[in-house]
Design a protein. Structure first.
Length: 125
């Protein structure tokens, strides 16, 4: 049995865009809930100063992440004027095709880095 894959991205909220971002987060969360059925968990978080947004998604496997990126790709474009993506971290292995999609998303939404973290030890308990 493979371990779930964890996706985390962090972005700076552009000045004056918080209200629009809050509406966009709500819309995207509803879109993902209805269009990405295998996703285990998906959440948006704002820091206490409401200047940084973090997205955390838990997928059962890398194919679920690929499907999510393909299905919601057009929706991600709506965030380009609202945020500046600083980094994407994925905990678990992905294919070269998924890695390319992640780099494309990072370029679309900012100048952030993409880091893949290999699983070393642990269990899905």
């Amino acid at each position: 049995m493979s371990l779930p894959l964890v996706y985390v991205d962090t972005s700076r909220v552009r000045d004056g865009k918080l209200e629009a971002l809050e509406a966009a987060m709500t819309h995207l969360a509803a879109f993902v809930e209805s269009h990405v059925p295998r996703l285990l968990s998906y959440g948006f978080f704002l820091d206490q100063t409401r200047t940084r947004m973090t997205v955390v998604a838990i997928h059962p496997d890398a194919d679920s992440l690929r499907f999510h990126l393909d299905e919601a790709g057009a929706e991600f474009r709506k965030f380009a004027e609202l945020i500046e993506l600083s980094r994407i971290d994925v905990y678990g292995q992905v294919s070269d095709a998924v890695l390319e999609r992640l780099h494309n998303k990072a370029r679309l939404l900012g100048s952030g880095t993409v880091s893949i973290h290999d699983h070393y030890a642990g269990c899905s308990c």
